[in-house]
Ligand binder design. Structure first.
Ligand SMILES: [Zn+2]
Length: 494
């Protein structure tokens, strides 16, 4: 056990309390960590925490390729207030986008939080209640903090077990009274918490580990004279699965008054939102429909002997509703294909559901490993449609050159890569030459605040010699080529 002192505080007075009292080796590790953070008594007495600072939050599933770096917001005026005694927290931060987008942010305040089992988010000038799954994730997030996890582990309603060594760290499992499980890593060098891991369910990724790394420990101010000093990290890095999703550099103040962090009473009284999907059918031409959603649309194209869906977006709920509607429109023909425009999570979240319904996925070839992995991933925390009805992935990939054609000899759908699209490397559009209808998403959304990708879309249309008349954006309303051209002119004149 060299390098693992039974206790890091060698004061003879504290020794008996800190090192002699723990009932199990696991609790001993926790008490030692508390001592390293400033003292067991001080930790027990500290039930609130304020963190201020700056950082970055990353946009999961919005990278240009499935494994490339995530785009991020720069965060300023970060303020996180946690009230452990009442299990509440609130986070405020100013976000500035650092990537090309149709909805750029420049220092826009974001506020959200948790009050026990109620998640809430600021939307405009009011607070709205979040889903129960969001509340469960936020409850766990409260303990992705050294003070939080040590307080939780010291709580007699928690279970601390399975002490083990991993490299230079000691590791225990902490299970809260509500069943939420954490793994705590403690540094062998300092005796301080180095990492907390918990699990969550992500619709695209399935069962995922979320870990927060603690670095740059520093003693807090303790300006109040009698106010106890704690040693807390300066840097927090949170990873979800293989991706870093946030990094913050902070100053901690355990003495600041966090005030009342409860959710507004009308939010607490509101029912949690349920996932609903409305599908509105617009016929664009004979056998060509837009299946409109609240924010993300799909399209349906009829061929002699089968149907083709363009896009399975947003969620399993939406995609299953869209598939049901598509089949109701032409019940005598099998729905055979789904064209996926790009891998971004909001546009691929329904692919597992589409595979469970037996659809062949058409996507750009750069996305092949992404969809193979997506279909193979474990979804045990929430059993989704593909878990309930396992089906193999059937994939048709599109290369960058000649169009991929789906045809019955009379009607042809061309699936083409949008070359040089800065939003996504493998971005596809779909074109009906006879009807002169183009389906695209994120390259041009008529109502967007900005259109940074529209000029490139227009260039692709011209370079390919497509005689587009109607554009069906899968965000927003149906448009004309003229509208695309004026969006390009507006962007060029900025
Ligand atoms: Zn996108």
């Amino acid at each position: 056990m060299r390098g693992w002192p039974r206790c890091l505080i060698v004061s003879s007075v504290l020794f008996a309390v800190a090192c002699g009292g723990a009932a199990t080796p696991e609790l001993q590790l926790i008490e030692d960590a508390a001592e390293a953070m400033g003292g067991l008594r001080t930790v027990r007495q500290t039930t609130a925490l304020t963190l201020t600072g700056e950082g970055r939050t990353f946009r999961l599933g919005q990278n240009t390729r499935p494994r490339s770096e995530l785009p991020y917001y720069e965060v300023a005026d970060y303020l996180l207030q946690i009230d452990y005694a009442n299990q509440r927290w609130r986070l405020g931060q100013d976000r500035t986008s650092t990537f090309l987008t149709g909805g750029p942010l420049n220092g826009v305040r974001q506020t959200y939080g948790l009050d026990g089992d109620v998640a809430y988010d600021q939307q405009g000038d009011r607070m709205v209640r979040g889903a129960d799954e969001v509340a469960a994730d936020r409850w766990a997030e409260m303990y992705h903090n050294p003070l939080g996890i040590v307080l939780l582990a010291l709580d007699e309603t928690s279970t601390v077990s399975n002490l083990r060594e991993e490299g230079a760290e000691r590791v225990v499992d902490v299970v809260a009274a509500n069943g939420t499980q954490f793994t705590l890593h403690v540094s062998g060098d300092t005796g301080l918490p180095s990492k907390v891991t918990s699990s969550s369910y992500h619709p695209n990724l399935g069962d995922v580990a979320i870990e927060t790394l603690f670095e740059g420990y520093r003693e807090t101010g303790g300006l109040g004279g009698s106010q106890a000093r704690l040693t807390l990290p300066r840097r927090y890095t949170t990873n979800l699965d293989r991706f870093t999703i946030s990094t913050y550099t902070t100053t901690s103040d355990p003495g600041a008054d966090v005030g009342d962090l409860s959710a507004p009473s009308d939010v607490r009284a509101a029912p949690p939102p349920m996932a609903t999907a409305t599908v509105e059918v617009d016929e664009l031409a004979a056998g060509v429909w837009r299946l409109a959603g609240q924010s993300h649309h799909s399209a349906l194209i009829e061929f002699d002997e089968f149907l083709v869906l363009v896009e399975a977006p947003q969620s399993e709920t939406r995609t299953l509703a869209v598939i049901e509607r598509a089949r109701a429109l032409r019940p005598d023909k099998p729905l055979r294909y789904v064209v996926n425009t790009h891998h971004h999570y909001d546009h691929s979240a329904g692919i597992r559901a589409a595979v469970s319904e037996g659809l062949t996925v058409v996507t750009h070839r750069v996305n092949q490993p992404f969809f193979e992995d997506m279909v193979a991933r474990r979804h045990s925390l929430v059993e989704d449609a593909l878990t309930r009805n396992a089906q193999p992935l059937t994939l048709e990939t599109v290369s960058s050159g000649a169009p991929h054609e789906i045809t019955d000899g009379r009607r042809t759908l061309q699936v083409l890569r949008i070359v040089d699209d800065a939003h996504s490397d493998g971005m596809l559009m779909a074109y009906l030459p006879r009807e002169r209808i183009l389906f695209e998403v994120d390259a041009f959304s008529p109502a967007a605040a900005a259109s940074p990708f529209a000029e490139n879309l227009l260039r692709n249309i011209e370079d390919r010699g497509l005689r587009v008349e109607t554009i069906v954006p899968l965000h927003g309303e149906v448009a004309t080529l003229d509208e695309l051209e004026s969006a390009v002119r507006r962007t060029q004149s900025l």
